[in-house]
Design a protein around this ligand. Structure first.
Ligand code: ADP
Length: 159
């Protein structure tokens, strides 16, 4: 049976740190779905359609990666779609503190056998977050190498 995993996030927009996690996780599973979380309470730079489009474009070299979006409880989406694992990236102790709480809560909510799996961020990207890149680009700073080039172009157009 094919082993399917989910990598979730806001991806507003996808960064090279996310792309590194996606590339590495795609080698671990038969299929990796990148799940864009739609949170109506947040005011994103990009719509869910734009985020899905950008991720689809920059992961096109990875044949076993698919992109989807969902709203509501993560565990409902995971259980409904029968994923075997949920991947998250860890940059720092701060990420760990938050993620360990989420993982324990999700362990109660996931169907039996579904695991939370953590990949350590590439040291080159531990400082990198979507919000930081948005700030740099909005202030016309140099964000080359932090997000894929096509994403950077879209960000510049947006600001
Ligand atoms: P969220 O709003 O759910 O934290 P993000 O899009 O910011 O969504 O992040 C999605 C996932 O990717 C999280 O597990 C986060 O820790 C991880 N992540 C974010 N930035 C990086 C990075 N630079 N390197 C590795 N993992 C990252």
């Amino acid at each position: 049976m094919a082993v399917r995993a989910l990598y979730t996030g806001s991806f507003d927009p996808i960064t090279n740190g996310h792309l590194d996690i996606i590339t590495r996780a795609s080698r671990m599973y038969d299929e990796l779905v990148v799940g864009v979380i739609v949170n109506p309470a947040k005011n994103p730079m990009f719509t869910k359609e734009e985020r899905v489009e950008m991720i689809t474009e920059v992961t096109s070299f990875l044949p076993n990666v698919k992109v989807d979006c969902f709203q509501g409880l993560l565990a409902d989406y995971v259980n409904r779609n029968h994923f075997q694992a949920v991947v998250r990236g860890l940059r720092s102790a701060g990420d760990f503190d938050y993620e360990i709480q989420m993982a324990h809560m999700n362990a109660r909510l996931f169907d039996p056998g579904i695991e939370s799996v953590f990949l350590m961020a590439d040291p080159a990207y531990t400082f990198l977050s979507s919000s930081m890149v948005k700030e740099v680009v909005s202030l016309h700073g140099n964000a080359e190498g932090l997000v894929p080039e096509s994403v950077l172009e879209r960000m510049k157009e947006r600001v």
